[in-house]
Design a binder for this molecule. Structure first.
Ligand SMILES: [Zn+2]
Length: 260
């Protein structure tokens, strides 16, 4: 008889590229995050190429319970339709939920109408609300500063808490809102005073210093970050803050057991 090992608690980075040039060139992939938490599978921000990146890594879309979208920008939402089709096996196995900001369903919805019938339902994200999917619960504590309606997520699963700080310009109170053991941060820009509403390396330093998580993971790199070698930036941030900071790599799998 085979030993039944306890189910995984892992986060797989299907892509670590962000913003227009990175997505257009695919120097870094743009597939989003795949959460495997105590037997519950959740996909977050399926950007362009998610279907390719997930199948390549033998992640089974038909096992997904939900797809969560932080906001409607293409680098996050490009493969929503492909992944809903894959989750429901083209409608032959209808199930699962799609969590999305309201404005992603309005003019030019990110999801085709016919796919809505394949789902158990669509849940519109709201500030401060909590949601449960299988063994996982999450909240969307605040609306971010970004050109479209955008939310980050604070997850609780397997006795751990972790935050996904999706696209946003830095704002007062941000660190406190996402205080948790593990911070996953979308860091598009290297320099201060960013030309668009995104976090920079200085913002990350400030957030990590204030929250003091057990681990911080940087992802969603724009071209300036990529050229500056994110792993070197992460190393420097680790030295400066005393917190273990990791630059995600395409395909990297982080096991929550590393949080102790
Ligand atoms: Zn965005």
């Amino acid at each position: 008889m085979k030993d039944k090992s306890p189910p995984d608690n892992t986060i797989t980075f299907l892509g670590t590229g962000g913003a227009r040039v990175m997505v257009a060139t695919q120097i870094l992939a743009s597939g989003g995050l795949w959460l495997s938490l105590g037997g519950t599978e959740i996909l977050v921000d399926p950007g362009p190429g998610c279907i390719v990146q997930s199948t390549k890594r033998k992640l089974r879309a038909d096992k997904l319970s939900a797809i969560i979208l932080s906001h409607r920008h293409l680098d996050h939402a490009g493969d929503v339709n492909a992944m809903v089709e894959a989750m429901t096996q083209g409608g032959f196995k209808p199930h699962g939920w799609f969590f999305t900001p309201a404005d992603a369903l309005e003019t030019e919805p990110v999801i085709f109408s016919y796919l809505k019938d394949y789902l158990d339902g669509i849940e519109v994200l709201q500030v401060g609300k909590s949601y449960t999917i299988g063994n996982v619960s999450f909240t969307t504590p605040i609306r971010h500063i970004h050109p479209v309606e955008t939310y980050g997520m604070l997850f609780t699963a397997g006795g751990h808490t972790f935050a996904y700080i999706a696209d946003t310009r830095y704002f007062d109170g941000l660190p406190r809102i996402y205080a948790s053991e593990l911070l996953i941060m979308n860091v598009v820009f290297l320099q201060d005073n960013p030309p668009a509403d995104h976090l920079t390396v200085s913002d990350v330093r400030r957030i990590v210093t204030e929250v003091k998580p057990k681990v911080a993971i940087l992802t969603h790199f724009g071209m300036s970050m990529w050229r500056a070698k994110p792993w070197e930036i992460a190393q420097r941030l680790s030295q400066e803050t005393g917190v273990r900071v990791i630059a995600a790599r395409d395909g990297m799998r982080f096991d929550l057991s590393q949080l102790g």
